[in-house]
Design a binder for this molecule. Structure first.
Ligand code: ATP
Length: 402
């Protein structure tokens, strides 16, 4: 239908990038990116006017996001000759708008397009050897100045290589080493760096990618004092196990997995360095609190758990109940003591959600006066329940009366 609308409006349309790449790799893709040879915003507006739905536009980038009545989202970009300010490595040969658009992309594997107009519907367009590189399982930049133009691509190369189990091409690899050697990252904003880093840490298994970051000395781009030694890599492995365990059992519990890996990476850094990193990467106040203050609290509690293991469930609960899943998983990753790891998972699966059955109104019915003592009473009921001393409401009431 989009293609038909393109024909009616007299513009060429293509579905491009990650969606086509993932299609060829038989992988699921969430985003659809469409490029219009012409004014993408104008196209999106007219399409939505006709078909219904919503359209958000970004004039500055000449892009639009169409949300169709069924909730389906399509990103629309404009490929127009006049939009192209000469990029550093634009070849002198004539290119069509779509070819120029694709030439500005990061890696060959992201340069595939499929025609949507009637004349070329379903035709795969491959200007830069993307199919060859997908077949060879190789990440390659389109030209030698790619990382000069945009050093975040170094992180993207590592992300894609890890995600698809591809290798980085020989020339691209030497361009990465060059980018590190000549510090192309100097002008890279902390915000963009964090965005790429977070995407790596959100991958299903980010550890090989983190190892690549270390191999290319990219941790120094995050902070010159950041050190990722073998013990950090080992702890990351334990973090991955904890995260998979949690994902499997608690699929619907929100948990920022990236933050667990990030906390492990920063584990050995002095407080001041972590503070500088959070500020440089423009972490939000709540993200900073999670990484800085709450992490230290988790380490403090882990210290206690490893030295004075609580003899009761209520003791374990008291140590851990202040934490969100992220910090519980962080503790599980950091400890080398099996008993402690098991205790945290026991707390998570068996104790965390226990509550007293009786409530304030039951205490009032027992002629008790509301006030601070209520809290203390309910806490002691909870403790007794955690320790398996109370099986039902009747026993809880008897416990309070006693
Ligand atoms: P993902 O599955 O991680 O979303 P994607 O390929 O869809 O992967 P996006 O980050 O959504 O990646 O980017 C969409 C497209 O925009 C990519 O296919 C890529 O061609 C292009 N792109 C993104 N970032 C850059 C960049 N820094 N330099 C050049 N092209 C980029």
């Amino acid at each position: 239908e989009i293609g038909r609308a393109g024909d009616e409006l007299g513009v060429n349309l293509f579905v491009v990038g990650g969606f086509v790449r993932d299609l060829l790799l038989c992988r699921k893709s969430d985003d659809i990116d469409v490029v219009v040879e012409g004014d993408g915003i104008d196209f999106a507006r007219r399409f939505i006017l006709k078909k219904g739905g919503r359209c958000n536009t970004h004039r500055e980038f000449c892009t639009a996001v169409m949300v169709l009545p069924n909730g389906f989202k399509i990103d629309v970009a404009s490929a127009r000759m006049e939009y192209y300010t000469a990029p550093a490595a634009l070849p002198t040969v004539e290119m069509s708008s779509i070819q120029r658009d694709l030439f500005r992309r990061d890696f060959t594997i992201n340069t595939l397009a499929v025609g949507l107009n009637k004349k070329n519907f379903g035709t795969l367009i491959d200007f830069f050897g993307a199919q060859r590189d997908l077949k060879d399982k190789t990440i390659r930049t389109l030209h030698n100045l790619s990382f000069v133009e945009d050093p975040t691509r170094v992180f993207r190369a590592i992300k894609f290589a890890n995600r698809f189990d591809f290798t980085i091409g020989k020339l691209t690899l030497s361009l990465i080493r060059n980018a590190v050697k000549f510090d192309f990252f100097r002008k890279l904003s902390g915000r963009r760096l964090f965005s790429e880093l977070k995407q790596i840490l959100e991958e299903e298994n980010p550890i090989p990618a983190i190892e690549s970051l270390r191999n290319y000395h990219l941790e120094k781009v995050i902070h010159p004092d950041l050190i990722m030694d073998d013990s950090i890599i080992e702890t990351l492995g334990a973090a991955q196990k904890a995260v998979s365990w949690h994902d499997l059992l608690y699929l619907n519990t929100p948990c920022m997995n990236w933050s667990i890996y990030f906390m492990v990476i920063l584990k050995k850094c002095p407080y001041q360095v972590v503070k500088e990193i959070c500020s440089h990467l423009r972490l939000s106040p709540s993200q900073t609190k999670l990484i800085l203050r709450d992490r230290l609290k988790a380490e403090e509690r882990l210290y206690i758990l490893e030295r004075r293991f609580p003899p009761t469930n209520s003791g374990l609960y008291a140590l851990l109940n202040i934490f969100k899943p992220e910090h519980l998983l962080y503790i599980m990753a950091c400890t080398r003591i099996d008993r402690v790891r098991k205790a945290v998972s026991f707390y998570y699966t068996r104790l965390k959600d226990i509550k007293p059955t009786i409530q304030g109104r039951d205490l009032i019915a027992l002629n008790l006066k509301p006030g601070r003592t209520f809290q203390a009473i309910l806490q002691s009921v909870l403790d007794a329940k955690l320790d398996g001393k109370l099986k039902n409401k009747k026993e809880e009431i008897a416990f309070v009366q006693k």
